[in-house]
Design a protein around this ligand. Sequence first.
Ligand code: PLP
Length: 456
Amino acid sequence: DRNLSEADPEVRSIIDSEKNRQFNSLELIASENFTSRAVMEAVGSCLTNKYSEGLPGKRYYGGNEYIDELETLCQQRALAAFHLDGKKWGVNVQPLSGSPANFEVYTALLNPHDRIMGLDLPHGGHLSHGFMTPKRRVSGTSIYFESMPYRLDESTGLIDYDMLEKTATLFRPKLIIVGASAYPRDFDYPRMRKIADSVGAFLMMDMAHISGLVAASVLADPFEYCDVVTTTTHKSLRGPRGGMIFFKKDPVLGVDMESAINNAVFPGLQGGPHNHTIGGLAVCLKHAQSPEFKAYQFQVVSNCRALASRLTELGYELVSGGSDNHLVLVDLRKALVGFLTSQLYLHFEILFRVSSMKGLDGARVEKILDLASITLNKNSVPGDKSALVPGGIRIGAPAMTTRGFTEKEFVETANLIHEGIQLTLKAKKSVQGSKLQDFLKAVESAEFPLKDSVAA
Ligand code: PLP
C-alpha cells in the first residue's frame, strides 16, 4: 500500500502547506484548537472502515464487537469527564458535529413549527439556534421551527434576561437554548431554568465553545439546570471534529429523552457513526479527566484575562467590558474613540488618518492581521448594521494556550494585534520588519512547539 506522498502528492502537498500555516501563525480563532497526536492517530485509523448503524449491542451490521467496546468506553468517559451519574444522564456520541447535534435535539423534542428561542446570531448566538433575517429564514432551524431570538442589553453587552423573560411569556416557546459562539461571559442557568419552567419549555445548553472549561469546572455547571446539553468536541475540549448530546434519563415534560434523542440521531438524521471520530473522542475524553487538562483550562481563562486587560489598557472597548471565559470580543467601532484618546499625545497623525478613514471594521482588521499570520475572525457586535462588514473581532485563547502561551505571551499578542490595527489605520506601512515579524519568528521556533500535535 502506497503512502500519501506516493499515492497523491497533490493532496500531500496541500496538507503540508496547511500544517505549515498552522505551525507558523498565531492561531486565535476562538472555536479552534490543536488536538493531540494520540487523537489524530485514532482518527486516522482503520476505525473509518466500519459500518455500525445502531447503538452498542443493537447494530444493523455484523462484526461490531470492538466498535461496541469503543463506543461504550467513549460514552462512559464522556459521562465521567462531565462528572455525571450514569443513572441520571445518558449520552449519544454519534453526532457528526455541533449543528447536526442541535438539529437532532430539535427533532427529538419538537414538532415541526414549534416555537424556540436562542441568542440572536448578531448578538453572539449560533446559526443553528434559529437565525433568520427579516427577509430570509437562513438556518434550517428557522425553516423548520418558529424562531424568536433573544438578545443582549446593548448598554452592558450582557444577555438581557429581563427582556428574554418578557418575550418568553408572550411567545411561549417549547424550547429555550442557552449557549453562544461569541459571548465572553458565563450564563445565568438558574434564571434560564426559571424562565423555561414558567412557560413549560425544555431548557437546552449548547456548550460547544466552553465544554473544555465546563469539564474542568472553570465555569458554572449547565447539567445542574438543563434538560439536554449539546457540544462540539473540537473547540476548547480539544478533541476531533464531532458532537455529543447529553440527555436526562428521566422523562422531561412527558418525553422519554433517551429514546427520543437516540432515535433522532439514528435513524432520524444520521446513518453510520464515524467510528474513527468516536475513537479520537474517547482518547480526548480520557485526557479531559487529567489534572493536566484542568490546569490547561485554567490557563486558557487566565490568558484570556491577560489579553482582555492589555487590550483595555491600549484603549479598546470590549463587549461586556472583559471576559470570564476563553474569548474576547473587541468592538472596533468604539475602539476608535478609546484608541484615539489613549494615543492622542503620541500619534497625532493617526487622528488625522482615522478621521479620513471613516471607521474601522472587523473585516479589514482580520485581513491585515492575516497578512501577518495572526489568525482571528471578524465578528458582529451589538448594534452592527452589516454581518459582512461587522464592527468587531473575536479573539480566542484555547489554541495558543495549547502551544504553551502564558499571560506574558498573550500580553504581547495584544500588543501585536494593536500594532496590526495601527497598520490597518495607516494602511500603507509594510508589515515586514515590524516587531510582529520578530515575534512570529519566536512562535515558529522551538520556543512554542506544537508538542505532539499536528502529527499528520
Ligand atoms: N454551537 C455553537 C455554540 C458553535 O459555536 C458552533 C460552531 O462554531 C456550533 C454549534 C456548530 O458546530 P459545527 O460547526 O461543528 O457544526
